[in-house]
Ligand binder design. Structure first.
Ligand SMILES: [Zn+2]
Length: 198
């Protein structure tokens, strides 16, 4: 229906999270109307993303300056006895904004829905295991997931998985709206949930 080049781009945008073919085609026709300089700016920003942004080998957060570790993992004033597990980077950012947490993080890369095997394979479980085994200084592992069924399933799975490592395992306290996503919780709510973890 569309010229090949347009269809190709629609297919690529359709793979983005939450973007379906209709939205994807709107993106493409928006790009088509864009002045050349602006579309070039976008192309160069995308290629810069791949060339200059690195992924932290400890927490899997994206970072731009430095060598192997992000600004959080390489900060000597962070409390290395605390490891907070989050589903993705936007949740990490939401927690950082509260300035209530001074430990380290680990980004799992998603949540599981009904503990489907395919869901679990997408998560960084092996990497998490390595980190917990190699860092005896970790005392407490905090599970910070959404207050919905996916978050609950993920937390239950990890509680079972982490049992043999003899660490204190806590979850964010009440206060997060049920069904709510962590990244949309306001800062005060998130602060209270962190202080009330058990
Ligand atoms: Zn890091």
């Amino acid at each position: 229906m569309y010229p090949k080049t347009i269809q190709k781009l629609i297919d690529l945008f359709s793979k983005f999270p939450t973007v379906g073919p209709r939205t994807a085609s709107r993106f493409v026709f928006y790009l088509l109307r864009l002045p050349k300089e602006e579309s070039e700016e976008l192309v160069s920003a995308i290629s810069k993303l791949k060339n200059s942004v690195k992924i932290c080998q400890s927490c899997f957060k994206a970072f731009e300056n430095g060598d192997k570790s992000c600004e959080i993992c390489s900060n000597p004033s962070r409390d290395k006895s605390l490891l907070c597990l989050v589903a993705n980077e936007t949740d990490l950012t939401a927690i950082e904004k509260t300035k209530k947490y001074n430990g380290l993080y680990f980004i799992l890369g998603g949540q599981v829905s009904a503990l489907k095997k395919t869901d679990l394979e997408r998560l960084r479980i092996k990497e998490l295991e390595e980190i917990i085994k190699n860092r005896p200084e970790i005392r407490e592992v905090i599970l910070a997931f959404n207050a919905n069924s996916e978050g609950e399933a993920t937390a239950l799975y990890l509680e079972r998985f982490l049992k043999s490592f003899n660490k204190k395992i806590t979850r964010l306290g009440r206060g997060l709206p049920t069904g709510g996503e962590l990244e949309y919780a306001d800062e005060e709510t998130l602060k209270a949930a962190f202080e009330g973890r058990k």
